[in-house]
Design a binder for this molecule. Structure first.
Ligand code: PTJ
Length: 270
């Protein structure tokens, strides 16, 4: 359950209460100046795909979350990239995960402004982060073959030199550019299994950031004492193509079942 300051006006028995809370978080982040206009549109797209998976973590997503935790635990230089939507949806969880896996946090924005960078860094610090990379002049390294503002990254052990990068919820250009750099495992969290991000990542988690990050925290906690070889093998044996096919198959089967069972709500007969 998402705790929220909107609890007073959303009726306790509203059938979409949780979803309304989450939506309000985006609006709050937008009003506070760190969620982009376009972040609101992105959220709507995410909600649509969330309906298709049943607004819960589906088995292939759980597999990807477990493998992602293994990749992060065995990384030499893990980095978590944070944008406006992630900062408003799961700030404390992102910081908790970063501490658990010893990852750096870096602000990286498509719609980059100095004000948004600083506000997101502040949100992360207020959520317990000690260091936040990628703000102002710190973002002075450039990802090759990338022409959006996302190309600007920290040279201080951030995305530029990372061997494993977690990119929750983004547009696909950077994921592709990071893969092209070589030597980087890119973990994406994206509810759209067909997005360029999903198709370009090394490990794609088709799940809502709201659920995926807590799941990864749980897995990282459980797996941190596991032998390193076992974790490395988990990552090696993971096949993203197969996993994405399982996501599509899951959605297809779910829709077929719904179509055969019937989807309208039942009401008392007049
Ligand atoms: O904060 P900035 O400036 O970096 O901008 C962030 C946005 C999200 C606006 C920017 O990266 C963007 O334009 O992204 P797109 O191209 O709209 O892609 C966002 C993807 O995230 C879409 O495939 C959505 O389905 C997906 N998505 C949206 N909300 C969630 C999500 N995936 C997981 N969890 C969500 N809550």
């Amino acid at each position: 359950m998402v705790e929220d300051s909107h609890a007073s006006w959303v009726p306790p028995n509203h059938p979409r209460r949780e979803s309304l809370f989450i939506r309000e978080r985006l609006v709050d982040g937008f009003r506070d100046g760190y969620v982009a206009f376009q972040g609101l549109i992105a959220h709507g797209r995410g909600e649509c795909f969330d309906y298709l998976v049943g607004e819960s973590t589906i088995p292939p997503a759980l597999t990807a979350e477990r493998v992602a935790a293994a990749a992060l635990l065995t990384a030499s230089h893990p980095v978590i990239s944070v944008n406006g939507n992630t900062a408003t949806l799961a700030p404390r969880q992102i910081v908790e995960l970063s501490k658990l896996i010893n990852a750096k946090l870096e602000v990286n924005l498509f719609y980059r402004t100095r004000e948004r960078e600083e506000l997101i860094a502040r949100v992360l610090r207020e959520s317990g982060a000690e260091e936040v990379l990628g703000v102002a002049d710190d973002a002075s390294c450039t990802i090759p073959e990338l022409f959006s503002e996302r190309r600007r990254v920290s040279c201080r052990g951030g995305i530029y030199t990372a061997d494993v990068v977690l990119v929750p919820l983004e547009d696909g250009d950077r994921t592709e550019a990071l893969r092209k750099m070589g030597g980087k495992t890119v973990i994406a969290i994206d509810l759209n299994p067909l997005s360029r991000t999903s198709r370009a990542a090394s490990i794609t988690i088709v799940d809502n950031v709201i659920r995926a990050i807590p799941n990864m925290i749980k897995f990282a906690g459980e797996m941190r004492e596991m032998p390193r070889d076992e974790l490395v093998n988990m990552v090696r044996n993971f096949n993203n193509e197969e996993n994405l096919r399982s996501v599509l198959t899951f959605i297809r089967d779910r829709l077929s079942e719904l179509a055969s069972k019937g989807i309208t709500l039942e009401f008392p007969k007049p």
